[in-house]
Design a protein around this ligand. Structure first.
Ligand code: LMR
Length: 402
């Protein structure tokens, strides 16, 4: 019965990882997936997570019962507090709801699915940044919401195209949905300043657009968890209703545990309750209830002052190594006199750098140098270390010159 089904293309990021793993070359470098690596190029179990693992397994009686449909309450509450701030008025007013989801992807999906069923502006499109994480388009299209793009990256300045972004917001029909990256934009590493966020909020408010934040890198951008959430908190202060998808894959290194949260800032506690009830109904039909382990780890750490302090230190370790690699790559390219400007490597923030390398150049990097990165020229800075940065810079120098 399925002989006429067309094969789907492989996912670019996961296909890159598979290609990298299959490559026997010993000089190979994986700058594809956004996953933290140590100086030795190995995955890192955060020491605080290791500690939490032990506490959970040894000290607490770890049962394997179902979680409630919306997930672990203390995880959901701590996630909302982390992103909105402990002193959030919206939380105090009881109009912040949440659902534990299958990490960031699940949180975006859950919010998108809710909008596809209940958003009053029928036919409204979701605007995503150009470029953005590829899954954004797939998720919204998957639930039947049309997807359009707003300008974001300016290739000329290798920075933010604020004028283009604001223009698209002005021109979009009122009540459109805008998917925004609050910090450490994926893939560009370019964020609006707080002053620019104010201008964005002005247009979003004037046009009555709906705000959907996706935050997967809190703790990787400014070096402060609070500052990395400043754009979101500013929007909340101004009274926006919004969805916020949160992932703990990167900042807890819990990639495979799928710990995420959808935080809902509603106009009133009653509306919040209604939204949660609909999300619970939908969640029951898709995953029944979320997996427990990752949320137990996150909840334990976020709700314990001492462990929380250790977590921020672990985050700083990751963020600082990435910053050091930005500098090292920049220095190597300078040393080689590689044509072009490379300041953006050090100016961009978060886990990624949008190098400006073209798709044909990326192809040569892969085929000749065994360096794996996405076709759009994005590199995961975490894949670089003191042992491979010179090799990578030389490879870049070669493809840029030839
Ligand atoms: C990435 O952008 O590399 C990560 O968010 C991994 C993923 O799920 O695509």
């Amino acid at each position: 019965v399925f002989e006429n089904v067309a094969a789907a293309p492989a996912d670019v990021i996961f296909a890159l990882t598979a290609d990298y793993q299959a490559d026997p070359n010993t000089s190979k470098v994986n700058l594809g997936v956004g996953a933290y690596r140590t100086e030795e190029g190995k995955p890192w179990v955060l020491p605080v997570v290791h500690k939490a693992d032990k506490i959970l397994v040894d000290d607490e009686y770890l049962d394997h019962e179902y979680l409630p449909i919306l997930g672990l309450k203390k995880f959901r509450d701590a996630s909302a507090k982390l992103v909105l701030g402990a002193d959030s008025n919206a939380i105090a007013e009881g109009r912040v709801g949440s659902a534990q989801c299958i990490s960031g992807t699940g949180a975006v999906y859950t919010g998108a699915h809710f909008l596809s069923k209940h958003y009053p502006f029928k036919g409204a499109a979701c605007y995503i940044s150009k470029p953005t994480w590829a899954n954004h388009r797939a998720i919204f299209e998957g639930v039947g919401i049309p997807v359009l793009e707003y300008p974001y990256w300016d290739p000329a300045t290798k920075g933010l195209d604020l004028k283009g972004m604001l223009g698209a917001m002005e021109n979009a029909p009122s009540g459109s949905i805008f998917l925004l990256h609050p910090c450490a934009h994926n893939p560009t590493g370019v964020d609006p300043t707080l002053e620019q966020w104010k201008q964005i909020a002005d247009v979003m408010e004037a046009k009555g657009h709906f705000t959907f934040f996706d935050t997967a890198y809190q703790g990787f951008a400014s070096g402060s968890l609070d500052k990395d959430a400043a754009s979101i908190r500013y929007f909340v202060e101004r009274g926006f209703e919004m969805f916020i998808a949160q992932s703990f894959s990167k900042n807890f290194g819990l990639y495979s545990e799928r710990a995420g949260n959808l935080t809902v800032v509603a106009r009133t506690p009653e509306i919040k309750n209604t939204i949660e009830s609909q999300i619970a109904k939908a969640q029951r039909a898709v995953i029944s209830n979320p997996p427990a382990y990752g949320s137990r780890v996150v909840s334990l750490v976020l709700n314990d002052e001492k462990l929380y302090g250790e977590w921020t230190e672990n985050l700083a370790t990751m963020a600082n190594r990435i910053i050091a690699m930005r500098q090292a790559l920049f220095d190597e390219l300078k040393k080689l006199g590689t044509p072009g400007t490379w300041n953006h490597i050090v100016d961009q923030i978060g886990m990624f750098s949008f190098t400006g390398l073209t798709t044909p150049q990326v192809k040569v990097l892969k085929e000749k140098y065994h360096v794996y990165l996405t076709d759009n020229g994005r590199i995961s800075m975490a894949g670089l270390n003191t042992k491979n940065v010179e090799y990578f810079a030389q490879a870049v120098d070669d493809v840029v010159r030839n």
